[in-house]
Design a protein. Structure first.
Lengths: 150, 150, 150, 150, 150, 150, 150, 150, 150, 150, 150, 150
């Protein structure tokens, strides 16, 4: 574990349009901005980040399966947060430590967005800070992998 | 806003016993450890941190009222997260930007801990990373105050 | 009962900030304005009004216990309306006739503000008329004590 | 608005029998007593009160439509409080400011009487003070129309 | 009570079309057949039966009010069984002993027909026997009025 | 069907104590009184009545099975009304036409007595008329068997 | 069926005020505009349209009964959509094919407007297109009557 | 907007088998028949229709993203109507005006088909008219785009 | 009441296997141990204890009926606590004062064991103390019978 | 553990008024009577009892924290039973064995008093025996501490 | 375990009438046919099958207790599946491995048949294959006992 | 039907990792082991088995459509069991007889795994026997196809 860590950064449905999508909720930053932000941190920490986005639930599951040698996952499941038991099972099956992140504060939106199917099988959840939620998630994951959760 | 920021760090009921309390859930770190961790960050950023803990709901509300000139709040409402409409109202009344943090992953615990009354009136919520949840909360708040939420 | 009546006017959590708090919901009048309004009526009617506000649930209960020789209570339990069985029990234990008042129309707000735990043990409830809700509550209570509810 | 105000006082189903109906709940006063009580106040304030009672939901809606030039409504929807979306829509359609009143404390009765469909579109609700609920409702409405809700 | 009893026989909405309406549920008998059946029994027992049918909820309430000198009511509220608190209040207001009857077995139909708002304020309920439900209701009411419920 | 009909009259748990049991709810008549009342009707109509009471759910099911040559059943399932799917299945399995009867008005009692598991598989239900509920049930059943439900 | 069809166009409570009522929800067109729009289509298709509006539930039921020789109904039950079992029963009793229409998109409004009691007994439902919902409903009904639903 | 409009016509899972699938519910017409029907209308109106069907939720989302220059969407989400928050988000993200259509009357089917996750973010919903639901949806959309919803 | 009291000690289904049954929940003591423990107390107090256990709901009801001259009951209804309205009715019918006891803390087990159908008709409930729950129940009952509940 | 045990006896809100409070529910005994009753038992068993009552939730939590060297707790949380997660957490945090007691039978009162938040983290619960519930709780706790729960 | 296994085959209420009971749901085969089918398999595998059927819940519990030396149970609890916590407790108390079987597909029937109280304490559940469900259950149990569940 | 049968064996999301995935729940056998097990049976019975696994809901639906000439399906929908109405519709659309199987006992797991959307449209369901659930499902299906369900 002295070597470079491989961390998957997974974004769920509709996030490819980030920045054009309802900016009053999600902000005007794009996925590219998010990647730049995270790369800065990763370079300092010698973390190997791999980015993936898909609108297809099964493709995300396949991607997690294929990369199950990864050390950790930062995942924004977007709409799948609330509907996908299959994604939850993919996380428990592979056993990769994961942190769930959300751009918006899901606790302040529609009723059906308040319960997460995936969070209970993650280390923790971060929501409400725009693309910085991803960065905070990476820090939290990195900290967790380095020393364990205190 | 070029000056030192004043940030309240508020901890709710039973957190005074942190470190002795169910360590398998909350870890062995104490509130003192948490304060040290946060002070390191605060010194670098010229943030003025003020710490407060109480087991009395009304005392926390009074404290928020008396310090309503603060620039932000990092708050772990603990059990009050799920029962205190009064605390929620204190946050909206004073209008101070707040970030809600939790040591444990509340989404993976008892049913009655999954819904937060306070999170909908905060900027966001961070849960599951032990005392680092506080630090992540401070970073998120600092970032929010500096540039706004992107 | 030919003598001056003693009426408690109790205000719950966050009402000390009235006038600064979300004015689009609660108006710009303060607790002081409310007291002036009520004192005008009280003077004419030879009523002895005593005002009390606290953010601590237990302090309100203690206050009711200590003043259980009062003839009546006008109470705005604020957030405690929806969460405090203890306050409800304090009203039934002391048996003092009470009228519940609210500044805003609680029936038109969040779902969790639509049910009152205290109203079922009061004479009645008045909600939606700003600080005049207090005055209407006092009139209703005075009328009730003078002739009984018709 | 310096002139006489026209206020509709509307009573819903079964209230024509007031005084004979379950006096332990509703008291022994009649609709006539209520009208006398209100007329006293109205004369002082130069308010033009018009009284209407019907057991037919649609007739009440028609009446509101036909009198939509009125300045305000004091309405006791009785049983329709809990079942009539059409009456609610009549209030929002005409846009006349209204105050909902109830003789008994509906919060202390059967479960199905605790939720009001009409209160969310009124200024406020007054319940539990017998025929004085009507008078308090008139005062509240008058106050609201004169200065706005503070 | 040695004299002729006056019993109201009230039928709710859509029952005027009885016999043409979904005969597989309600049978092919008409309201006229029902009246003949009941008149046979009434003649023997010296009961004065008065029949009333309306599709307007308020007209049924008015009718009950105007005939509140009646000794009893056999009522088939039809669809109003499940929606009319006003009709329930009319029965409790006038205090006339009533028996609720239904042509079809409401317990075996749609979920929303299984709970009755009016039955809790009646002596009892009879459902499932076509127009004979009316006759059984009359017998039950007659028996109740003669000797009290044993 | 020109011959004597065999009708089972089945009473469920605790009805053996009828007359001593909560007389304010169930009246002071006994099962013996009920049998006398029914025998009078049965003699006129050449019906062969057989009475059975048990506190054991399975014994009632056995009894129905053993007498499945019967022409009909008048059954007061008492507490089993609300808990016994097995009794419901016994009625559908044997296919004997049944009428459900209750001494008290179950619609006016505790919430858990308002829904019947057995009524949906009976011809109809009669409740609220003391031991006359049994007699009315017998008449309804007899009528049903003679001419079909109209 | 080669002749002119008679189609009833029924509008429920408060729709007589269409155009003045909450234009941000319902638009500024009136019932008269709607009738003109429909008449254009009807003339081409040799359809005999009859328009009816009432705020009284029972009057709408009576109207449907009296016109049960009609070939079809376009109905906007407005608030009755969600509360009137009696109106639902009127549609099933008369058996006239009906299409339910709504001006606003009821699926995007208050929770209590999302479920329709009448739609399950109609051919279909159209909602959200202002007064054109009526026209679309007429076309759909006409198509259904001409060739059956494909 | 004087030019040809581009309208997407999207059909969800299992609709590729239309015509062979449960014809008693969905009719015997195929997707090809539906396309012919719509093309007739489109030609007259100079609308450019593009048809798309997929059984994969993510492919539909991708398709909407890739065609977000379209002027409108007629969409039959089929089973995804009730389960896909991701599809809902795709509609709000791209902001293309959409009309939801259904072949069968979803309000008259299983309970889980009565609530739509996508309808609240559409202009309106049309259900119950077989393949003509698509045509009506196109007309409604066309009308909406031409003059706005009245 | 100066004489020996007769107290029934009733144990419900599966308690005959006590001591062999899931000892981590119920302990290793047997029903015999429980009887010895209670007999010690009973001898001192001149109480006549009678023990009964059955797995058949109806047999327990029969036993209570046959011993309705008893002065009190200590009952552990086991699984019937949550399912038997008939047992509840047996307790209210005979009117014998009863105390409900449980070996395990039912409030800390499966959701379906948290509500008791029988406790509301008992004097009180004791749960969580192994076979000492029986002894505590006897003391509580003895105290209640001697002086009434204070 | 051969030495004197220290047992906390904690009483929640409104219990300071015991004896004057709704005597038909809680009896006429006072907290002083309760203390006398318990001291008799404690003297025999060489138990060191410490009594505490407060109406402030946080003060009870503080008291438990400050006395976390105690061997056990007998606690009557009164209204906090049903609302205080913080009190529940105080019990689990300190890990002191506790027994929950109630004067009245909470299972036979309002619906909202039937579920306890604290009982699942206690050894057991005793309710319904007036001030003797405290004594029984002490015995149960003493027994538990001496030999473990059998 | 090299010897003959003893397997109990238990059938719950109303199954004694199998073959005559609602054949469109349960088929025309009898319990005797089921026994023949199973005996064929048992003979080959040297399994000692014992058959038991009862309509009395407590008798089934007694039977399981008396045969708690058995190696396994194939049980069709019929209606008790959904109502008997006592039967569930009998399975956990004795600890005999059990397989739950159903003739019909309980997932496709009434809502109240979809949840099983007993299945969670069995190895697994098989439903929908007529009397072959028993045979499949025996095979599954035999396989489980031979090699453990893989 | 005298020829070889074609049976699809479909496995849903995450089952490709079977054997590595949470072995304490799913066992250590792989999909390959399952295929071997089934092939043994299939060879004897001259059944043509085709295996398919996918993590993409839509691909499974496509696969079923493309193979709708198959004689039967053994399907383990895994997480889709509880979320996919589209898969349910694919089974009813193609009309292929199907048996639902599960490795683990879904009735003994999380609440959200207890209800199956697909089972109601299958012949039956088998759950809890590891990879033998597949084999039992094949036998059940084979039996069903050969002689019909008895």
């Amino acid at each position: 574990m002295g070597n470079t860590r491989k961390i998957l950064v997974i974004s769920g449905p509709n996030l490819n349009l980030l920045g054009t999508r309802e900016p009053e909720i999600y902000g005007s930053k794009t996925l590219g901005d998010m990647q730049d932000l995270m790369m800065g941190y990763a370079r300092e920490k010698a973390i190997d980040l791999v980015f993936f986005q898909s609108n297809v639930e099964g493709d995300i599951i396949n991607y997690i399966h294929e990369n199950r040698n990864a050390d950790g996952i930062v995942i924004n499941p977007a709409a799948f947060t609330h509907t996908s038991i299959a994604l939850r099972d993919a996380l428990t099956t592979t056993g990769i430590p994961a942190v769930e992140v959300h751009l918006s504060n899901i606790h302040a939106r529609e009723e059906f967005r308040r319960i997460s199917l995936t969070a209970p099988v993650c280390i923790g959840q971060i929501s409400g800070f725009g693309i910085h939620s991803y960065l905070l998630g990476l820090e939290a994951l990195d900290q967790h992998l380095s020393k364990g959760n205190s």
